[in-house]
Design a protein around this ligand. Structure first.
Ligand SMILES: N#Cc1c(-c2ccc3ccn(Cc4cccnc4)c3c2)n[nH]c1N
Length: 239
């Protein structure tokens, strides 16, 4: 998998050389390339923004540098196998399902906007050439797309076959298909007693059936308490 990042702050992506992602890069599972959008400007100030047409506060990112960067980094021929991700506060929710879909893709280009956003023609042009995902991390405001691109990267790459040492751990996580859309149950490890707090006895019983039931019940309880939006009527009935 090749990952490209276009940003006026490419240094954000130096962190991708650390930890598991760094290991994946070493193992050849992922190749990471960060690009400074300003390298495709031609004025003395390396200008990437301008005032919004129609007025309004803030600045908008000019289309020209993006287009020239696309030509050099991706190419000038349409290729639907290239997935271009635009993190955006007005994007569709980024979910585990989207992460799963992207984990089987060979090439992802992250376009990290700043200011008030990117001239919409850039997104329209990208849609005419590649497979585009305009996604939002959640209902809160960031200053740009870089942090979102990092979060999306981690969510996607950890699902790439061969990345996680123990793929079984993926199946039991919150939001994974194996969890039936439920939140993950509470986790415990040794010591059994810690500052007056004990591991639930059932988990030390060695009775796998009871342990599985306790975990399921806890997942249901937590999901109903914290994320009623994740439990539809059918799921509630089953639970
Ligand atoms: N994904 C995602 C996001 C972003 C986000 C993503 C890209 C950009 C490019 C610029 N800004 C600042 C900005 C702020 C407010 C209005 N419009 C733009 C971005 C915010 N904010 N919140 C999310 N969940």
């Amino acid at each position: 998998m090749r990952l490209d990042y276009l940003s006026i702050f490419p240094g954000y992506f130096d962190v991708l050389g650390i930890s598991l992602l760094g290991k994946a890069a070493v193992n050849g599972l992922v190749d990471v390339y960060a690009h400074d959008l300003r390298d495709w400007t031609h004025d003395r100030h390396r200008t990437v923004d301008d005032t919004p047409c129609g007025g309004g506060a803030g600045m908008v990112m000019k289309p020209d540098p993006w287009g020239e960067a696309f030509d050099e980094i991706i190419g000038t021929e349409p290729d639907p196998s290239v997935h271009v991700v635009f993190p955006s506060p007005s994007g569709e929710p980024f979910t585990q399902s989207v992460a799963h879909d992207l984990s089987s893709v060979e090439r992802i280009v992250f376009c990290c906007g700043r200011y008030e956003g990117i001239d919409h023609r850039v997104i329209d042009y990208a849609r005419s050439m590649w497979t585009v995902h305009e996604v939002s991390l959640g209902d809160y405001v960031l200053n740009g797309g870089e942090v979102a691109a990092l979060a999306i990267t981690e969510a996607v790459v950890r699902l790439v076959p061969g990345f996680m040492g123990n793929p079984q751990s993926l199946a039991e996580e919150s939001f994974s298909a194996g969890q039936d859309g439920l939140l993950e149950y509470p986790l415990f490890t040794r010591p059994v007693s810690w500052r007056g707090l004990d591991v639930p006895e059932v988990l030390m019983s060695g009775h796998h059936g009871r342990i599985a039931k306790w975990r399921r019940d806890e997942s249901i309880r937590l999901t109903r308490e914290r994320r009623p939006d994740l439990t539809d009527s059918d799921v509630s009935a089953r639970h």
